[in-house]
Design a protein around this ligand. Structure first.
Ligand SMILES: [Fe+2]
Ligand SMILES: [Fe+2]
Length: 450
């Protein structure tokens, strides 16, 4: 068994049990000391797939384990019930990532929880036993989505396993304390092992290892999040959304989301790869084209749901931009292999196919804003008489320069961002936080659609 790093919080260990270690309302992640000791639970929990009536909770383990969550509405967990990993029939014992799905939750409701795991000795069909049980002594909390939830989101993107910009981003998120965070793709580079994926999401190199324990996350995959053998099954680390959130027709659309949070409806789309399925380097192993089309039917239904249609603000998220006014930017539909001297890259800088498929529906629904990523340079495109939505492209991981070694160049327009959306005086205020300067880069206000 490979020993994996684990996290011990001296702060948390010093805290008393019971009410003393309940995270306070609006409290975000904690600065904690990292250490490496042999424990069964080796990460803080990560809240995955913010939703109205469900919540995913994932954490890392170092040995064969059967994970669980104790969850209730009382801060001391006196009313808690236990939910085991996996689904019906059998639990999902494994030695890496425990995933627990909480279902049947109430909208806009705060729940308290703690994680635990039984260490399992498994020798065969009838030879298995619990060796011991470990529980994280910290009680965390989360609040489900819904019309009564506070409309306040943050967006990070293109973190690319670079710890400095990631650390700055989660410090900013801890300061802002949003209701949820949208991780808008390219969390990965090329990930071949589940351990590499766990390092990105569950045990990142950060002083805030519980960054996602009380702040739920949403995920819009980027092109890099499909690359590498392990990323073909990223759901082993970041679970798919609950099946009951979609029709059977959309069974494989485990990443799309349509969520009401206060006055804002959030729509998550997946632009998939930035190269065509026909590009020879992909050897016929990618199926982005039918995936993009399948999301049209899902989107059409999602936008007609009353809680989405009635929301005063509609904001969509996807990784690759759906608009670019630079004629040299590759639109991602240059068959068969993405290359053409008219464009300055041989991969998509924006996604014309997705724009043609999705934006008519979003426009009809009154979408005010689409938040994208991928270009590693913050940009704002204001709405025009022919395009009702604004587009924001979040910054990438570069800290004021591009390249390395002899190719290193100063580039003050290359900085990571946290994009914050919050309702202020009946308007959606969107703040662009520049993580390089630590200053507010821009702020925009959007009026309600009705
Ligand atoms: Fe990227
Ligand atoms: Fe990208």
């Amino acid at each position: 068994m490979k020993r994996r790093d684990f996290i011990k919080s001296s702060t948390l260990l010093a805290m008393a049990t019971g009410m003393g270690n309940v995270a306070k309302a609006n409290e975000g992640s904690h600065i904690q000391e990292l250490s490496h000791e042999g424990k069964l639970i080796t990460s803080a929990p990560m809240l995955q797939n913010y939703a109205t009536t469900s919540m995913g909770i994932a954490f890392a383990v170092s040995d064969m384990a059967n994970g669980y969550v104790l969850v209730g509405e009382q801060p001391d967990l006196s009313d808690a019930h236990k939910v085991l990993c996996g689904g019906f029939r059998t639990t999902d014992i494994n030695d890496r990532v425990q995933q627990i799905r909480l279902t049947g939750l109430k909208p806009s409701t705060t729940y308290y929880y703690k994680i635990g795991a039984d260490r399992i000795e498994y020798k065969g069909g009838y030879s298995m036993k619990v060796l011991n049980t470990e529980e994280d002594e910290h009680i965390y909390h989360f609040t489900t989505a819904g019309e009564r939830s506070k409309a306040h989101f943050c967006v990070i993107n293109d973190t690319h396993v670079r710890w400095e910009p990631f650390g700055l981003a989660i410090n900013k998120i801890a300061e802002l304390s949003p209701s949820c965070v949208i991780w808008n793709g390219d969390a990965s580079n090329v990930e071949e092992t589940i351990e590499a994926q766990m390092r990105i999401f569950l045990t990142p190199e950060t002083k805030r290892p519980d960054y996602a324990a009380s702040t739920p996350y949403l995920f819009c995959p980027g092109n890099h999040d499909s690359r590498g053998m392990a990323n073909r099954h990223l759901e082993k680390v970041w679970m798919f959304r609950q099946p009951e959130e979609r029709q059977s027709r959309d069974w494989d659309l485990g990443r799309n989301f349509a969520i009401r949070m206060g006055d804002v409806a959030l729509i998550g789309l997946d632009t998939a790869e930035d190269k065509l399925d026909t590009n020879p380097i992909f050897a016929g192993l990618f199926t982005s084209a039918p995936y993009r089309k399948a999301q049209v039917h899902w989107l059409s239904d999602a936008l007609s749901k009353p809680e989405i249609a009635n929301a005063p603000f509609l904001v969509a998220f996807c990784h690759i931009p759906l608009f670019d006014d630079n004629p040299r930017s590759n639109p991602g539909d240059i068959a068969p292999a993405d290359s053409d001297p008219n464009y300055n890259t041989d991969f998509a800088m924006w996604q014309r196919t997705c724009a043609q498929l999705w934006t008519p529906l979003l426009e009809q629904a009154g979408c005010q804003l689409i938040i994208t990523a991928h270009q590693h340079r913050y940009q704002y495109f204001a709405p025009t008489p022919t395009r009702c939505w604004a587009q924001i492209i979040g910054g990438g991981p570069e800290m004021g320069f591009t390249g390395s070694g002899d190719n290193r160049k100063e580039a003050p327009d290359r900085f990571p961002t946290v994009i914050e959306g919050i309702i202020v005086d009946g308007k959606l205020q969107v703040n662009i936080h520049n993580l390089l300067t630590g200053k507010l880069q821009d702020s925009f206000n959007f009026s309600p659609k009705h």
